[in-house]
Unconditional design. Structure first.
Ligand code: MN
Ligand code: MN
Length: 323
């Protein structure tokens, strides 16, 4: 399978990478109403919403900053040799328009957007936004059958409620997703969990439904390769979503996020874990929780788009091998 030239990104040899309108990875912008939408196979989407944030805010500004830094991405993956833009048609589908003053309305707007993406048979790669954005995406992507999930994060995001009964925050999306039948818990693995905790309620829930948690101590003891062999086994051959919270990475490398936790993987390991997803049937992915107001150097957003590029390579490979 080869892509249509219309969907190739602008090369830095034709227009310097600091110039031009910054779409994701310098791809063409194809809005949902555009007739070219029918040709798109992977859609890069911004979800500029952080209405589920309970601590330091700012991921609503993530997509714009990630688009800007994504102009640094070139056409070829230096480690794996993959040239994603030549394998499949990729485009920037623009931003989901949230309602910053109404949480439940924002969730519905996002699901409606991803319903249209799914109806067009496009695999979404989303830039958040906070982690609650993943719930409305899954509501569209996992309609009719539950998905597996590989989840990189320093938190499980499996809590039941915050502040005495608030059920929708960026700490609860996967509890709701399991309850709503969007995820098959036996095919869910959460990697990198660490930090201080309110209690173990989230981990007890994980155990009770069969979600696998690989805490950071185990991750460092076993190493990337061994952990990712197990992650691939858990995901199996079924349709799998990949959700990547930037706070998975150590705050020395990714300080620009709302809920950092020390003792995490370095920026090289942050890319490596994604490369080891080769062969997994990835039907969608996201990179969430980059908060530009806390990202003084822009380095967190740069790492974020580098992770998005790795995710894109895995998705493009999976799609082209499926034919
Ligand atoms: Mn998270
Ligand atoms: Mn987190």
């Amino acid at each position: 399978m080869t892509s249509n030239e219309f969907f190739h990104p602008v090369s830095g040899f034709d227009l310097p990478r600091f110039a031009g309108v910054p779409t994701f990875m310098r791809l063409p912008h194809v809005a949902l109403g555009d007739p070219r939408l029918a040709e798109v196979q992977i859609g890069l989407i911004g979800a500029p919403w952080d209405g589920g944030t309970t601590n330091r805010p700012g991921p609503r500004h993530g997509p714009r900053q990630l688009r800007d830094l994504s102009t640094m991405m070139r056409a070829q993956n230096g480690a794996t040799g993959v040239r994603p833009f030549e394998l499949v048609n990729c485009a920037d589908l623009g931003d989901v328009g949230p309602n910053p003053a109404d949480l439940m309305d924002s969730l519905d707007r996002m699901t409606a957007f991803y319903d249209r993406v799914r109806a067009a048979d496009i695999l979404p790669l989303t830039a958040g936004g906070d982690h609650l954005c993943t719930l409305p995406i899954l509501r569209a992507m996992a309609r009719n059958r539950p998905l597996g999930m590989v989840h990189f994060d320093s938190h499980t995001d499996l809590f039941n409620s915050y502040f005495g009964g608030t059920r929708y925050t960026h700490g609860t999306p996967f509890r709701r997703a399991v309850e709503e039948g969007l995820l098959d818990p036996k095919r869910v693995v959460m990697i990198g969990i660490r930090g201080t905790a309110y209690d173990m309620e989230d981990r007890d829930f994980a155990k009770s439904v069969g979600i696998t948690i690989i805490a950071i101590e185990e991750f460092h003891a076993r190493g990337v390769e061994d952990v990712m062999v197990q992650a691939r086994e858990i995901a199996g051959s079924g349709e799998t979503y990949v959700s990547y919270d930037i706070d998975f990475v150590d705050p020395a490398f990714a300080p620009g996020t709302g809920t950092p936790e020390v003792g995490g993987p370095n920026s090289f390991q942050a890319l490596q874990v994604v490369r080891h997803l080769k062969g997994v049937n990835v039907v969608g992915a996201d990179l969430v929780e980059v908060s530009p107001p806390f990202d003084q150097s822009g380095g967190t957003a740069f790492l974020g788009v580098s992770i998005m590029f790795e995710l894109l390579c895995i998705m493009a490979q999976a799609l082209s091998e499926r034919g």
